[in-house]
Design a protein around this ligand. Structure first.
Ligand code: HEM
Length: 373
């Protein structure tokens, strides 16, 4: 086990507990990184002004720097500090946080789900991006095409991508940008979300607007799929949860804390600083173990128990500080509505098998049907 393999290990939580026992912020020579594993260290790193989301010498990953995917990446609030983060965030976050759960429920229920592994795949990997596309004013057919392009685009965000995946990501970024150029020109667009975002975005910042709108799709894609998948795994592993009396909002809220789809994120130290009594140098890399912090007894009482009605649940699954996820409420609504719809199909959950997608930080289940006997 190592802290990256942990993200896709069947049960990484005892290992995270061991890391916390060795210290909240400790250097891990095997990966040449610091590990923040306690709630206190994770909070301190995410709050620190000198802990940046990208390394100073490589703001855009070299592998994509020469193409359209790199151009989009370089403008994302998620991948920037200072004005290039604050301005798009100030324009986009307020509208996202206000999206009505009933509107999301209606958009999710409008999609058909089949009661098998292929249906689950579509519900996890297509549905959430289609919901965000619809909220921005795209048609259902455009939403379906956009969810496929998003799959191609996000492949470039992983260090595990092949040259063919990188080429597909550049092409997808180009096409996604084309979709937005047309959408922004469309006088018949009635999306409140888009109207509010445009109103708050500077008129001369269209490339940043488009990149950050594409960013909404890429941020939605894997993390929301992972949350839905981990909720389905909880239903498989705890059959009593499948009862009609289970409150799905409580289920999703506990799953995101207990078994998060985003297990870790990274920070790059931009200037010498001291965090939690530990001296760090410019150039140091910190692996921030969000999933470990959620199980820290300093954060949640009885953290290894799965409790639907957990009082004062606290979680780092959506990050913290200036980059904290502005899509949290929306993600929880999409996941809740999707799980409700999956359950309504009465799928044969006990006939599913699964493995986690290879990833350095995502814990995202891929389901298949049991091979026929
Ligand atoms: C279960 C689903 C989701 C999870 C677990 C999740 C988690 C996260 C986390 C951990 C971060 C911060 C990363 C860091 O600080 O290193 C983040 C940032 C972000 N998320 Fe989410 N997210 C989810 C869904 C969404 C959705 C649905 C949207 C939008 C439609 C969204 C939009 C964003 C954006 C724009 C950022 C960057 C914010 C910034 O840098 O200021 N996320 N998310």
């Amino acid at each position: 086990m190592d802290p990256i393999i942990a993200a896709t290990h069947s049960d990484p939580y005892p290992y995270y507990a061991q890391l916390r026992a060795e210290g909240g912020l400790v250097f891990y020579p095997g990966l040449n990184m610091w590990l923040a594993s306690s709630a206190q260290a994770v909070a301190a790193v995410l709050a620190h002004p000198d802990c940046h989301v990208r390394p100073a010498q490589e703001p855009i990953p070299k592998a994509i720097a020469d193409g359209m995917a790199g151009q989009v990446f370089g403008q994302l609030m998620r991948m920037n500090e200072g004005e290039r983060q604050r301005c798009p965030r100030a324009a986009i976050a307020p509208g996202l946080e206000l999206i009505d759960a009933q509107q999301v429920e209606a958009l999710v229920s409008a999609r058909l789900i089949t009661a098998d592994a292929a249906g689950l795949y579509n519900a996890m990997f297509r549905g959430p991006v289609c919901v965000v596309a619809a909220l921005l004013g795209f048609t259902p057919a455009q939403g379906r095409a956009i969810s496929e392009l998003t799959a191609d685009f996000v492949a470039c965000l992983s260090p595990l991508s092949s040259p063919a995946q990188l080429a597909a990501a550049h092409a997808a970024a180009e096409q996604l940008s084309g979709y937005f150029i047309e959408l922004l020109d469309d006088p018949h667009n009635h999306s409140h979300l888009l109207a509010g975002i445009r109103q708050r975005f500077a008129a001369d910042a269209t490339p940043s607007l488009i990149a950050n709108l594409i960013g909404l799709f890429s941020q939605t894609f894997e993390a929301t799929a992972g949350l839905i998948g981990n909720a389905v795994l909880a239903l498989i592993q705890h059959p009593p949860l499948r009862s009609d009396s289970t409150h799905i909002e409580d289920l999703v809220a506990e799953v995101q804390r207990f078994d998060p789809p985003v297990q870790n994120t990274r920070r790059f130290v931009a200037a010498p600083c001291e965090i939690d009594g530990v001296a760090l140098n410019a150039g140091d890399v910190i692996l921030v173990l969000l999933a470990s912090a959620n199980r820290d007894p300093q954060l949640n009482d009885n953290p290894d128990a799965f409790l639907l009605e957990r009082p004062n649940r606290r979680s780092f699954t959506f990050g913290a500080g200036r980059h904290q996820c502005p899509g949290q409420t929306l993600a929880l609504s999409i996941a809740g509505a999707t799980v409700r719809q999956i359950l309504a199909m009465q799928p044969a959950l006990d006939r599913l098998t699964w493995r986690y997608r290879p990833s350095a930080n995502g814990r995202i289940a891929l389901f298949s049907d049991w091979p026929a006997a």
